[in-house]
Design a binder for this molecule. Structure first.
Ligand SMILES: [Zn+2]
Length: 308
């Protein structure tokens, strides 16, 4: 099979077909563009591509046209496959600008977990990742991330990419090696056997990261992780599963959402956007929500959800 005049391997073709079939079930398509990436933010992160679902739900994947296409394209297709299979997304409140660091770390830790799952799949599907790993190995030797917590994130990302070869590189990471290794081992020890256990793993990793970073970022309350209800929970009233909080009480600089926290683990799990953020508007939405079942709530928000 060819994509943009580039021939792709059989394992990559199989993966593409699998994603395509899942999309076709919902009458949606996959658009792949192989061209130079020039988004400075993506370049800085070392990303070789991106994937996203557009406003009508079609999948859009953009990939650099270079010698790592096999790795990059499979990487993006696997991000998409995880989402199609119900692995949780995170939810960020970008209106609150002073949470920039919170968003960065919430996003990176979630990405690290997805990347762990992606590499496991790439290996199982016999997709060649060795060539791309060489790049990471070379980057390590020029390692220079200054800010402490950010450096730790970069190091863990490399550990995840290079799992068999990490201990040789202790000297490059200096004082950040020990904590990075601890968090890496924490991540490797969690269960990712299905979307629900992966959600639990992400909740635990946020807690663990908050425990190590001073002052704590409070990722548990500030970054949402998609909730995955059981079929029993779908029939329960919303307040039996979630605590509904007004933003004003906790997050004084933004007033256009209600925050839903899962009672089971206190993790922020949904941000409900308000049309009318006056006191009357908020109270009227709240009294509507507390009488809804979880199923009615999800249907009313038109958000996709998967059942545990
Ligand atoms: Zn990625």
């Amino acid at each position: 099979m060819y994509i943009n005049e580039t021939i792709i391997s059989r394992p990559l073709e199989n993966l593409y077909n699998e994603v395509n079939e899942l999309m076709l079930l919902n009458n949606k398509i996959v658009k792949i563009m192989v061209e130079e990436i020039n988004d400075p933010q993506l370049l800085e992160m070392g990303a070789g591509g991106y994937c996203r679902f557009d406003s009508i739900g079609n999948l859009e994947i953009k990939c650099n046209d270079d010698e790592y296409i096999e790795y990059n394209l499979s990487h993006e297709l696997l991000h998409a496959l995880l989402k199609l299979k119900g692995y949780p997304n995170i939810i960020l409140n970008k209106d609150i600008h002073e949470w920039e660091a919170v968003h960065y770390f919430g996003n990176m830790l979630h990405n690290i977990i997805e990347h762990k799952l992606i590499i496991r799949e790439q290996e199982a599907r016999k997709i060649d990742i060795k060539k791309k790993q060489e790049i990471y190995l070379n980057k390590i030797k020029e390692f220079s991330a200054e800010e402490y917590s950010e450096a730790v994130i970069v190091i863990i990302s490399w550990f995840i990419e290079l799992n068999t070869q990490i201990s040789n590189y202790e000297e490059y990471f200096k004082s950040k090696f020990k904590i990075s290794m601890q968090l890496y081992e924490f991540i490797m020890g969690l269960d990712y056997s299905d979307p629900f256990s992966t959600r639990k793993a992400t909740v635990k990793l946020y807690r663990e990261f908050d425990r190590h970073v001073k002052p704590s970022l409070d990722l548990t309350s500030k970054v949402g992780i998609d909730f995955i209800p059981s079929s029993r929970q779908l029939g329960l009233k919303l307040p039996q599963v979630f605590i509904i909080r007004e933003e004003k009480e906790f997050y004084p600089n933004s007033n256009n959402h209600l925050f839903l926290f899962s009672i089971a683990d206190s993790q922020l799990s949904f941000m409900y956007e308000l049309d009318d953020s006056s006191e009357r508007g908020i109270q009227s939405v709240k009294s509507k929500l507390i009488n809804m079942t979880v199923e009615e709530f999800y249907k009313s928000t038109e958000r996709n959800y998967h059942i545990r």
